[in-house]
Design a protein around this ligand. Sequence first.
Ligand code: RP5
Length: 169
Amino acid sequence: MDKQVAIIMGSKSDLPLLEGAFKVLEDFGIGYEAHVMSAHRTPERAMRFAAGAREAGLKVIICAAGMAAHLAGVMAAHTVLPVLGIPVASEPFNGLDALLATVQMPPGIPVGTVTAGKAGAKNAALLAVAILALADAELQNKLQDFRAKQTAQVEAMDAELQREIAQRG
Ligand code: RP5
């Protein structure tokens, strides 16, 4: 399977957060690769990876990093591929630092910043799927099915809640 998405994390400590992103890509049948790279601790490796990503056949790069989270920005500076950034929460600022560092890119070098934390990992993967689906009608149909199932699940939760409330009466 061609690897279309790269998931880069600033540290192996970010891995548990990214399980949801792996699962989404696996559920949609999208090939991916994952690496630990740091904008600060392995700057040359991060730069080389981003610079070679398009030629390697990648289509989207997802970066997760905490603290002064420059990973997504550095990747975006070295590629024209879409780069999505997931702010990772860490002490003492609980992710607000990473959110600002990831989202506040200067004009000209965008990073598509998603929700912080686990929800962000899932959303980054879904956004990557949506980007890939622009050129893949089958994938777009799968995305629509995913949304329909999600809607049905929420409606089922409401029905369950109504039954529980009725039993109280
Ligand atoms: C960031 O610093 C990483 O993305 C991680 O979220 C945070 C802490 O890294 P470690 O000290 O666990 O390597 O670069």
